[in-house]
Design a protein around this ligand. Structure first.
Ligand code: NAP
Length: 250
């Protein structure tokens, strides 16, 4: 019989690895529930239990934490998913549940990189036409409407799956799933004649190949910087999160 409950706010590869490790090492004693936003049609599922869809704000999440008897909330969402992280902070406080944030380190600019930093997607869109004939957009499906007014630049949008509605009539979709390889990214950018890439600073290794490819080809990058996250007890790796979880619950 399990004697502790951990809720992981997931949707990332790190969240999946963490749930798998917890179930494999302590599945007999710890109930592991991963919460997904429910945006991807066929997500790769972690071990343990899954719940799907929004909670209805911080209040809904606090209720969920109380109802499940959660002993630890781990926020392992994407670094740009700032709303759910804010809700996690409020809900954990309200439900009096300890909270851990797993936030992998951001990529850092290196020699040969040519990054322009912007604070948000709209500022990135505002810069495209000044720079580019052919732009690769890798910022995800959520905020693509920001690019709707751009007509003089050819836009290629890379996504994990084909969306039901793409808010950009004149863009082309490139389907792909991480982990990517640098050689493939170079070939893709050359084939499409890319001269600018717009990206978020996701960190980690799964999508870093595009940064290496842009460096190799001398392609300019518009880097949308990370949003501020709530002050948190933070770890920067799955291993760190696993160790802290066991420390907390054993
Ligand atoms: P968000 O803006 O922080 O969250 C919006 C709402 O979605 C939340 O308020 C919550 O709804 C629900 N939600 C989010 N994560 C959830 C989870 N794990 N379990 C249950 N409900 C969840 O986050 P987002 O809309 O998911 O994404 C924002 C940005 O993050 C995207 O534009 C994208 O760039 C980035 N992102 C990237 C990846 C990736 O793997 N590449 C994955 C996710 C997000 P309620 O308020 O109803 O509870």
């Amino acid at each position: 019989m399990t004697d502790k409950t951990v809720v992981i706010l997931g949707g990332t590869a790190d969240a999946r690895k963490l749930a798998d490790s917890l179930v494999e090492s302590r599945g007999d004693r710890i109930r592991v529930i991963t919460s997904l936003a429910g945006r991807t049609k066929n997500p790769k599922l972690p071990k343990g239990e899954i719940r799907d869809g929004g909670f209805g704000g911080a209040e809904g999440l606090a209720t969920y934490l109380s109802e499940t008897g959660c002993d630890l909330l781990i926020d392992a969402t994407h670094p740009y998913a700032a709303q759910i992280s804010r809700h996690a902070a409020e809900a954990a406080k309200a439900a009096n549940v300890p909270r851990l944030l797993l936030n992998r380190p951001a990529w850092e600019e290196q020699d040969g990189d040519n990054w322009t930093h912007v604070p948000d997607i709209q500022s990135a869109a505002d810069r495209i036409t000044r720079y580019s004939q052919a732009c690769l957009i890798t910022t995800g499906v959520n905020d693509l409407a920001a690019f709707a007014g751009i007509v003089t630049t050819k836009m290629f949008v890379r996504l994990i799956e084909k969306p039901e509605n793409l808010p950009l009539d004149h863009a082309e979709i490139v389907i792909g799933s991480p982990p990517y390889k640098t050689g493939d990214e170079i070939a893709l950018m050359q084939m499409l004649g890319i001269d600018l890439m717009i990206t978020k600073n996701a960190g980690g290794t799964g999508t870093y190949a595009k940064i290496e490819a842009a460096r190799t080809l001398g392609i300019d990058v518009i880097m949308i910087d990370r949003p501020a996250l709530p002050e948190s007890d933070t770890v920067d790796s799955v291993e760190g999160a696993l160790a802290r979880t066991l420390e907390n619950l054993d």
